[in-house]
Every structure is written in C-alpha cells, then in structure tokens.
Design a protein around this ligand. Sequence first.
Ligand SMILES: Nc1ncnc2c1ncn2[C@@H]1O[C@H](COP(=O)(O)OP(=O)(O)O)[C@@H](O)[C@H]1O
Ligand SMILES: [Mg+2]
Length: 362
Amino acid sequence: MKIKKLKVSSFRNLESGELQPGEGVNILYGPNGSGKTNLLEAIFMLSLGRSQRGANDGNMIFEGHDVYRLEGTIDTMSRSHKVAVAYSRQAKKKITIEGVSSKTSDLYDFSCVVSSGPEDSDILSGPPSVRRVFLDMYISQISRKYLSDLTDYSRALAQKNSALKQRMDCGMFDAILITAGSRVMEARRDFLLKLKERASEHYKMISNKELFSLNYKPSVSIDEELLSVNEIEAVFQIKLEDNYERERIMQTAMVGPHRDEIQFDIGGRAARIFGSQGQWRTAALAIKLAVYDILKDARGSNPVLLLDEIFAELDKDRCSALIKSFADFSQVFLTTALEPPDELKEAGRSFKVENGQVTVSL
Ligand SMILES: Nc1ncnc2c1ncn2[C@@H]1O[C@H](COP(=O)(O)OP(=O)(O)O)[C@@H](O)[C@H]1O
Ligand SMILES: [Mg+2]
C-alpha cells in the first residue's frame, strides 16, 4: 500500500496543508514541536481511522476549531482509493471511501500500516491494556475476521458486565464470549508465535548483545500446546464454570481475552520490571519491524511504515544498516529533528515541517 496524496485541515497543529509523498523514503524534518508526529498521526488516521498513539478524536481537532478533516489517496497493487476521515464535535466521526459513507473496518480491506515511535515503550513498560491494544491494532490488519470476532466479543463482554453489576442472569452471553473469544485467543497465539521469532532476530540485529523473548500469557491457558479452536473453547468453558461464583461476587467478567497478557523478557529477565528505558525502546522498534515482516507476508504486499524519531534509538552503523534496508520497503515516512544525512536525503523525498506548515524540501 502507498499514500499518494494527503490533505490535512485543522488536524492538531496542522491548520491546512497538502503532501504528495513519494515511493520509498519520505523524510519529515523540523524542530521539536513543529508537527512531525502529528503528520504521522494524520497518515495513520487516514489509513485506519484511528490514532497510533490512542489519542481521542476531540483532542486531535486544531484548538479552537470544530472539525478536522483528512483526505487522501491510498493506492494498493490493484487500485486507488479516495478516502476522507472527518471528525466534528457534533456529528462525530465520518469516513468516506470514494465518497460513500463507510465503516472504520472498511479501511482494513486495503490499508496496511505499521507505526513505530517513542510511545511504543509503553508496550514493554505500560499496563496490560496497552499490549492488548497493540495486538488488536495489528492482528486486525491481517484478518477482518479477527476484527469482527473482537467486536462481537467486546459487545457481549460489556453486556455481561452490565448484567453482573445489576445482579441479573448473564449466562446467555457466555456462548458468544466462548466462540468469539476462543478465535481471538487462537489468532493472538499464532501472531505472537511469529512475533517471538522475528522480533528476537531484529532485536539481536539492533542491540547485538542481549536476548529478547516474549510469551503469550492468556487468562485461559492455551499456551501449553497448540490447541485447536475447539479445544480452546472447551478450556474456556471450564474456566468460566470454575469462576462462576467469583464473577458474581466481583460483579465483573474475570476470564477471557480481555485479561490477556504478553510477557517480554530482555536478557532473561522480565522487561517490564528490570528493563531500562533504552532497552524498552530498542525492543519496541524490534517488535514493530517484526510486525512489518508479519503483515507483509500475510497481506502479500508491503505495509506503509511510519518511523518516529528512530535515529535517537540507533548508533551510526545501525542507522546506516537501517537506511540501506529502506530499499526493501515500499513507502516509509520518518521523522527527524536534525537535518537528515545526505545518504538518506538522496534515497527519497524530504519535507520540512515548521510551525505546523509542511513544505517540500529540494
Ligand atoms: N489539537 C491541537 N491543536 C493545536 N495544536 C496541537 C494540538 N495537539 C497538539 N498540538 C501541538 O502540536 C505540537 C506538537 O507537535 P508534534 O507533531 O508532536 O511535534 P514534533 O515535530 O516534535 O513531532 C505541540 O506544539 C502541541 O501543542
Ligand atoms: Mg515528535
């Protein structure tokens, strides 16, 4: 996938602007606070209808304005799609594809984008919900079925929780929780098995020393062996029965993928507890490069890659190695506060971002 054109209005500090990105590398450079990360967020938002840093829509409207609007053209191998994402405080979010009002999930039919930025350290160091959001954001790009199972699961979960709070019968929700939830867990397990292998390779490349590993820790244990989805359903069912009393006492659903965890280890120790900030950032970059590989294989084409301030992460040799590898990517956007190195400038198109204004730099 490629972004051919992007028009931004009243989005964050970008009051209005237009961008025609090229193939290969697109460098966004400019001082801190100028709007580089905001521009990446606009690209992510146009592609998937959400923010890569989980920001809410109201906060993304240019201060003092009522509406933000993003328009653009997204090309895939087979065709070109005209997309618009707009949000107004009154009418909420509106997505159109070829001028036709569409659901956020429709964007997943053709968009595929991987983002890496400083906020990703939270995947290693933050609360479990950050790790689940990460899983959902990227597995949804591999499988529309995952996205719909997740939606079904979340809806049934909210209904069950509300019934538990009101001390009403909630047994009828368990059937859908078990079928949708088991498929969600199966997909997460399969994704994490691939991620484990690829991310440890990238981590080794970047850090050159410690070992990086990860393991899926579902609240329903399915990680011991490769259970089929029917077997997962059976295990989930038993676990729900075991927790019948507890859920009623606590008035909340206690088991299922909404309680899943991922354990990350760096140098054989739990990353969340023993990791340094530098290790978290390196691991986060390794994870996202691994996600890129997985999405590319699954979709059969290259995702768009957004790299926010990765040069802060890497020493000179690793920067050069990464820059060389950009030839393998079809479209990359990267931000840097420093004037980009010549080898990078020669590899692609540069845009200067200053005070929310974007200009092409020759
Ligand atoms: N909704 C908004 N309206 C206006 N300005 C905003 C909004 N949200 C963030 N900003 C401004 O955007 C700037 C940060 O932009 P950012 O893209 O993070 O900069 P950087 O170039 O360092 O990545 C800050 O000055 C911040 O105040
Ligand atoms: Mg930034």
